[in-house]
Design a protein. Structure first.
Length: 266
């Protein structure tokens, strides 16, 4: 059974097209009736819109096998008085969901990703937090990759704000326990009695997605088709207990070595 990331794992960070072998991997899971969940930290499109996009570019799976942070947000963050930071598409999605954006006296500072955070953004967030607002991240990614550049991810920004203000933070999406528990609940609709120890998590975010998955007892596969160019950039620097169980170049390599090779477990 699998939890599978999207950006940098199934689709390219550069042009959002399927990564080599990704469509075939999902098709093989369908054919072999292997339970899986697509677990993405998408915040730039409404959940159904991003799901429809994945369908349009060739990925065949039902919506009940899809989960992103926007689908859990209403149960985690109240809709009134939110100072939200992220791409315009994220802010628009919040408004469509009924959230009231407030940059004067917010009760919550909500952080998603964008490539052009400014010092003034950080200064404003710090003032709100020191005035009593709570801090919530849409996810806890380590690095944000776009336009052949790598920026600090939401997780890095949350750590910065926590260090600056001593305000602890909550996380809606990966790798929060709440998010993975909801993914497990949905997986159990496909395969009852599934546990975290039965699942392999596949992602290009070895510090965020995979670190949290390992702590819950999942096996982990790190792919170097996204945030990191090689495993040597990051894996040797990780604590032993957080290092991935397997490293592959892309989904095609996983497909060849795990789904086509009968000698290796699924």
């Amino acid at each position: 059974m699998y939890f599978i990331d999207v950006q940098g794992t199934l689709i390219s960070d550069s042009d959002k097209t399927p990564i080599n072998g990704a469509v075939e991997f999902i098709e093989a899971l369908n054919k072999k009736q292997i339970p899986f969940m697509i677990v993405t930290n998408n915040t730039k499109k409404a959940s159904i819109d991003f799901y429809n996009y994945l369908q349009e570019i060739g990925f065949n799976f039902s919506f009940d096998k899809y989960l992103d942070p926007l689908m859990l947000l209403e149960s985690r963050v109240e809709k009134s008085a939110v100072a939200a930071y992220g791409a315009k598409e994220f802010l628009d999605a919040l408004v469509e969901m009924g959230y009231v954006l407030d940059y004067k006296n917010p009760s919550t500072v909500l952080v998603a990703i964008k490539e052009d955070f400014t010092s003034d953004d950080y200064a404003q967030m710090i003032e709100f937090l020191l005035s009593g607002a709570s801090l919530v991240g849409m996810h806890e990614t380590s690095i944000y990759a776009k336009n052949n550049k790598r920026y600090p991810g939401v997780g890095a920004i949350l750590k910065l704000l926590e260090f600056a203000t001593s305000v602890s933070y909550d996380v809606v999406g990966k790798p929060s326990i709440t998010f993975y528990e909801e993914a497990l609940r949905l997986l159990n609709i496909q395969k009852s009695s599934a546990e975290f120890s039965d699942i392999t998590m596949i992602s290009d975010d070895v510090k965020g997605d995979l670190g949290g998955a390992k702590e819950l007892g999942m096996d982990t596969i790190f792919v170097t088709s996204g945030k990191y160019k090689t495993a040597n950039e990051i894996v040797p620097l990780l604590k032993d207990e957080l290092k991935p169980d397997f490293v592959y170049g892309d989904m095609q390599e996983i497909f060849s070595k795990r789904l086509q090779n009968k000698g290796e477990r699924l």
